[in-house]
Write a protein that binds this ligand. Structure first.
Ligand code: CP3
Length: 345
């Protein structure tokens, strides 16, 4: 089947598009009352993502309600540690946590990458449902956490402001860190390839905790593993979103991926200059702009569109949408992008 709207794939490949495609990180989530209702029906967040029919329903809600140019699989990055043998909990209002964490080589060696596909069958079933119900209206984005961010959760056991246990391991036992990062990378490649086998049209790596490292540590412990994943995924365009990694944008320009996600701390001009001309850029409106008035949202969105320019560009926020944003304001952002006419240069 041919996609009815393939703007985002064309933009990712660097081809010209009539207008900028737009989607929003965390578009399938609490910002929508329809999501909250489906989650209540499922009983919990984990029940929701493990139920292929309901996971498909919340994946498609933002396509129906906002008219975004892509759907993103409803799941979580933490399914990978769980599939390797470290189960997580998602407690209401508290975020994710792991009972067991990585403290030694012995625990790393107990992890298994053998059953990743079997353990994540519910994700692939969800993708099958989504592909059927989406009927090729827009592309489907698959995703995984980047190895460094997954490492942080596995070592820390929960979110943290500084992830100092994770950073401590880089100083105290870099060999152990590399061993764990390699295992995560292995599992992630297998996982993403299977998402693609089931019909994901592009994939994104989320490196949410990139910004707690520096150029040296990021390029030693994070980028080489992202590079391995990018080299292994040849079937569809790959996007790398490393939040806070302004210091390594130049190195990211050399990755074997098509698109680099830009957070809201980084100006479009700075990003383009550091990365060079070879990549498509994605981003980067500050999600907090959506708390502003309608005229402010339109003005800031148009400013962003002008700053990135009309080529090699996918519009998005600079991180996930906040759950208490008015969905009407999010829709205004999307419609402003879709209506925008670039002035001929
Ligand atoms: O719409 C989408 O973007 C697709 C679904 C998606 C979710 N999580 C659903 C979710 C995606 C792509 C993710 C990725 C994810 N998960 C990241 C990387 C992106 C980022 O935000 O930096 C991270 C760090 C996680 C781990 C995670 N999952 C945390 C820290 C939390 C709790 C934080 C919070 O907002 O409460 C989650 C839970 C989560 N994942 C929710 C959703 C919709 C909220 C859970 C709920 O419904 O209560």
């Amino acid at each position: 089947m041919k996609l009815q709207n393939d703007l985002i794939l064309r933009a990712a490949r660097g081809e010209s598009t009539e207008r900028a495609p737009v989607w929003v990180m965390r578009q399938a989530g609490r910002v929508l009352a329809e999501y909250r209702a489906t989650r209540a029906q499922a009983g919990s967040f984990k029940n929701l993502l493990m139920n292929p029919e309901l996971a498909a329903a919340v994946t498609i809600q933002p396509v129906d309600i906002f008219g975004v140019d892509a759907a993103i699989l409803f799941s979580d990055i933490l399914v990978i540690p769980e599939a390797m043998g470290l189960p997580y909990r998602m407690d209401e209002g508290k975020g994710p946590s792991f009972d067991q964490t990585i403290t030694s080589a012995r625990v790393v060696d107990q992890l298994s990458t053998d059953n990743v596909l079997e353990n994540l069958r519910y994700v692939f079933d969800a993708i099958d449902h989504i592909k059927r119900d989406l009927s090729d209206r827009v592309p489907l984005i698959g995703f995984a956490g980047a190895p460094w961010t997954i490492f942080c959760y596995m070592v820390e056991g929960r979110g943290s402001k500084t992830f100092s246990l994770s950073r401590a391991m880089l100083s105290k036992d870099p060999e152990l860190a590399h061993r764990l990062l390699s295992r995560i990378t292995e599992a992630t490649i297998v996982y993403l390839k299977e998402q693609i086998n089931h019909g994901c049209n592009m994939v994104q790596l989320f490196d949410s905790w990139a910004g707690i490292l520096n150029k040296d540590t990021y390029e030693q412990f994070a980028l080489p593993y992202i590079q391995k994943i990018c080299d292994a995924i040849t079937e569809v365009p790959v996007t790398v979103f490393a939040k806070g990694a302004f210091f390594s944008l130049e190195a990211m320009g050399k990755l074997n991926c098509r698109t680099i996600g830009i957070d809201w701390h980084t100006s479009p001009g700075f990003a383009r200059q550091a990365i060079g001309e070879s990549k498509t850029l994605q981003g980067n409106l500050d999600p907090a702009v959506l708390y502003g008035s309608e005229s402010f949202i339109i003005q800031q969105t148009e400013r962003m569109l002008d700053a990135f320019g009309g080529r090699q560009y996918i519009a998005n926020l600079g991180h996930g949408v906040y759950p208490d944003i008015d969905p009407g304001k999010l829709k205004l952002f999307i419609q402003t992008v879709q209506a925008y006419q670039y002035k001929p240069s």
